[in-house]
Every structure is written in structure tokens, then in C-alpha cells.
Design a protein around this ligand. Structure first.
Ligand code: SAH
Length: 334
């Protein structure tokens, strides 16, 4: 018998083992791994944003949770071709806790400087990218019981509930009896720290993840092993644990900490506004029919509402007074 472990502590422990011992991409795939156009478009977006910020130099091009380093490598390649002045001004900083993934990142982005957290990233003008970073951070879950709440713990591979401090439960999610409300404290802390930096120095953070635009009750904890859903309470480290990102909560956290927010918009709308179909067509020209079809299929998966286009959202946290950024026009083309 182990003492009961609060869900966020279980999830943190499980994911630390998981990311240290697995190639996560055998178990799930992500937008940068689906298509090179994802990282290229984010890189070109960063170049346009850098000019809107007044072309500061040096500027940090940072990424949180860079996985295999694919997004950053694709972004840097596109930036090098289209915006050599930005390429010369930027310094790459990667926030990554897994030694194993740092090694993979170093093979693709050898010039990077690594950090365990945002805390040690230098204070400077900043453009930060993150794809599927916040969803990997550990959540707490509260269960509506009568007039109050309990909190979910894990004991010997099974769920148990213990009395909760009602004041910690995020309000306004409308959970019925037995319904679950989630709280991602490290995501809030990350966004609040980011907002503080963006108040002190010009910059933006582009946060791409999966989850609803408005807060709602519900259990979104998901475990994947070999691309199939498994029990989240499988032995720690045997599966990748993620949960929906509450974009309304992230936006509120950023605003309360003094930053501006744009979006969230859907990934499909964002990539379309930035010309993903034109870029895909241009890349496909001069390739074999098989390669061209693979590029088109990748873009379809990233943008199609039934695939990743609607569930994935893009949120910007920015310095106050930053103009409307590409992809975030109030009423895109309608
Ligand atoms: N962005 C990549 C990888 C997503 S997987 C992609 O889209 O393919 C989540 C990433 O976040 C992994 O690189 C994982 O090691 C990293 N990560 C998870 N928790 C972290 C933490 N607390 N601090 C820093 N990195 C973390």
C-alpha cells in the first residue's frame, strides 16, 4: 500500500518517467511530426511578428516542450530563407525537462540553449512557440458531491476521492452531481510568468494545444500508448498522459497578469489564414505524385474540422498594445 497520491502528483511522476524513457512519438503524433508546413508557417509567422515588434535584436526565439525539435528546425529553415535579418537577430532557447528529448533536439537544433523552465530564460524581447506543451502539464480533478466537492487521488492503481478545499475549485463550470472540474496549476503559473515577461519586454507567445474555447465541466484526462487510448491509471510511465487545455482559463490568467490576449482561433482557421494551402501547393510542385499526395494529406489532417482543425486552438499572449497579429483578424474573410 502506498499513501494516496493526488492526481497532479501522479500525472507529474508518470509523465516524467514516460518522457525520460520513451520515444513519445511511437505513442502519439503531433502537428510538426505530421507535416513540415506546420513549423514552416509558425516560423514565417514569427518573422512577421518580429517586424511588428520593431525588429528588436537580439530577440529570443523560444519553444516550450519542443519534442524532437522538428517544429523549431522547420521554422528556422523557413526563417533562414525568407527573413535572413530575423535569422541573424534571433537566439534559440528551448525549455525541456527530458534529457532524452534534449538529445534529439540537439541533433536538429545544435545552436540552442536549454532550460528546465521559463525561469532561467533571459529577460529580453521574446517570441515563444509551444505546441502540445500545456496539455502535458499535470492537472487536478474535483468531483461535485452534494453541495461541495471532493478531489481525485490515485491509490494502488485505483481512483479514490478525498474531501476538497471548495475554494480551490474553479467556479462557473456547471458540474452536475458526480461531474468533474479540472484545474491545471502549472499551466496557469507558466502563462502568468509569461505574461509578466511580456509586460517588461516586447514579445508574444503562440500557444497551440487541444481543448475547448470556453471552460466546461468534464473529465478530459487521456492516456495513449501505441496510438491507442489506455487506462490513465496504467503503471506510471507506460503511457502519455494529457488533458484538454482550458483556453478561457489561460486567457483570463494572462489578462489578470497584465498581458494582452488574441484568440483563441481554431488551428484550421489560423493555418488557412496564413496560407497553408498555397504553401502546400507550392511545395508539392516538382515533387513526385506520392510526395505531393503526402503533403496534401498532412495539411488536410492539420486543418480539417474532423481531424485536428477544430479541436486544436491557437492562443496568443502578447505585450500590451501589440497590434492584431497575422491569423487573429476579428472576422477572417467573412
Ligand atoms: N511540441 C512537441 C512535443 C509535444 S510533447 C510536438 O509538438 O511534437 C510534450 C513536450 O513537453 C515534450 O517535449 C516533453 O518532454 C515536454 N515537457 C513535458 N512537461 C514539461 C515540463 N514540465 N517542462 C518542460 N518540458 C516539458
Amino acid at each position: 500500500m502506498h499513501p494516496p497520491e493526488r492526481l497532479d502528483r501522479f500525472m507529474a511522476r508518470a509523465n516524467t518517467i514516460y518522457y525520460a524513457t520513451h520515444d513519445p512519438f511511437a505513442d502519439f503524433t503531433t502537428s510538426p511530426e505530421i507535416s513540415q508546413v506546420f513549423g514552416e508557417i509558425l516560423g514565417l509567422w514569427a518573422a512577421v511578428v518580429w517586424r511588428m515588434l520593431g525588429s528588436p535584436g537580439p530577440v529570443l526565439l523560444a519553444e516550450a516542450g519542443p519534442g524532437r525539435g522538428t517544429l523549431m528546425a522547420d521554422a528556422l529553415r523557413a526563417i533562414g530563407r525568407a527573413a535572413p535579418d530575423f535569422a541573424a537577430a534571433l537566439r534559440v532557447h528551448l525549455i525541456e525537462t527530458s534529457p532524452r528529448l534534449r538529445t534529439a533536439q540537439a541533433a536538429r537544433v545544435p545552436e540552442a540553449v536549454w532550460h528546465d523552465s521559463l525561469d532561467t530564460v533571459p529577460e529580453a524581447p521574446l517570441i515563444l512557440l509551444a505546441n502540445e506543451f500545456l496539455d502535458a502539464l499535470p492537472i487536478r480533478q474535483f468531483v461535485r458531491r452534494g453541495d461541495g466537492w471532493t478531489e481525485r487521488f490515485v491509490a494502488d492503481g485505483a481512483w479514490i476521492e478525498q474531501p476538497a478545499d471548495n475554494a480551490q475549485v474553479p467556479p462557473g463550470r456547471g458540474a452536475a452531481e458526480g461531474g468533474i472540474v479540472e484545474l491545471n496549476e502549472p499551466a496557469r503559473a507558466f502563462v502568468a510568468a509569461l505574461a509578466g515577461r511580456l509586460r517588461r519586454h516586447p514579445g508574444v507567445a503562440l500557444l497551440v494545444d487541444y481543448g475547448p474555447a470556453s471552460s466546461a465541466a468534464g473529465d478530459s484526462l487521456q492516456a495513449l500508448a501505441r496510438r491507442k487510448p489506455v487506462d490513465p491509471l496504467s503503471p506510471p510511465g507506460s503511457a502519455d498522459l494529457t488533458a484538454h487545455v482550458d483556453f478561457a482559463d489561460m486567457a483570463e490568467t494572462a489578462r489578470s497578469a497584465g498581458a494582452a490576449v488574441q484568440g483563441p482561433v481554431t488551428q484550421g482557421a489560423f493555418l488557412s489564414a496564413l496560407g497553408v494551402f498555397q504553401r502546400t501547393a507550392a511545395l508539392a510542385r516538382g515533387r513526385s505524385e506520392t510526395q505531393a499526395a503526402a503533403l496534401r494529406e498532412g495539411t488536410r489532417r492539420l486543418t480539417d474540422a474532423a481531424a485536428m482543425g477544430d479541436l486544436f486552438k491557437v492562443l496568443v499572449v502578447a505585450s500590451p498594445g501589440c497590434g492584431t497579429l497575422p491569423g487573429f483578424a476579428a472576422d477572417p474573410g467573412r
